[in-house]
Design a protein around this ligand. Structure first.
Ligand code: FE2
Length: 190
């Protein structure tokens, strides 16, 4: 009977700290074939016993294979989570650096905090907003309102071209009006 009970430890949500470890192991695994306990301690700036304790927890939750003392690797599930946290980190970091012009050290630190809290849908909205910034013309007072329209039009970059043309026509009209007004003033002054 006991065997058939769902394992409640496996179903509890992961803590930010667990996610940080999975992210660090995922990144270390990209650089080296085997991940060592001391590499994790160095990356996260924590002491070896702290790492060892956490690795036991992650192992119990079937997120890492940690049989041998010194080496470990992510399980399929652990890898999926590590990869997702790393993706979140990079999306947020890029936003902070390229849009908000925050220096890369600070951006890395803050992305590491935000990556645990942000929902999947908001993160996707960040990705879409960055795509919008790249494909839509940054012109006119109503430019940012176009982001809403861009989302409503299935993120179609062709819509951006339409809006750019509309803005260009409006801009030409405004310039014509200004020129006419200047001419009028010039005649009055003579
Ligand atoms: Fe991170």
């Amino acid at each position: 009977m006991e065997k058939n009970k769902p394992n409640s430890t496996l179903q509890k949500p992961l803590t930010s700290s667990m996610e940080d470890y999975l992210e660090a192991i995922y990144n270390l695994g990209k650089e080296k074939r085997v991940v060592r306990v001391k590499d994790i301690a160095k990356t996260l700036g924590v002491k070896m016993p702290t790492v060892t304790n956490m690795l036991k927890t992650l192992s119990k939750r079937e997120l890492i294979d940690y049989e041998k003392y010194e080496y470990l690797e992510l399980t399929k599930k652990g890898n999926r989570i590590g990869k997702e946290i790393d993706r979140r980190h990079n999306v947020l970091r890029n936003f902070l650096v390229s849009i908000l012009k925050i220096n890369s050290k600070k951006a890395d630190e803050e992305a590491c905090k935000m990556e645990h809290a942000i929902s999947h849908s908001t993160l996707e909205r960040f990705v879409e907003f960055m795509a919008f910034l790249q494909s839509c013309p940054r012109a006119g007072a109503g430019w940012l309102e176009n982001f809403d329209k861009y989302l409503q039009h299935d993120r179609d970059p062709n819509k951006c071209l339409e809006w750019m043309k509309e803005f260009s026509d409006e801009f030409k009209d405004t310039m014509e009006t200004i020129k006419e007004e200047d001419k009028g003033r010039g005649t009055q002054q003579r």
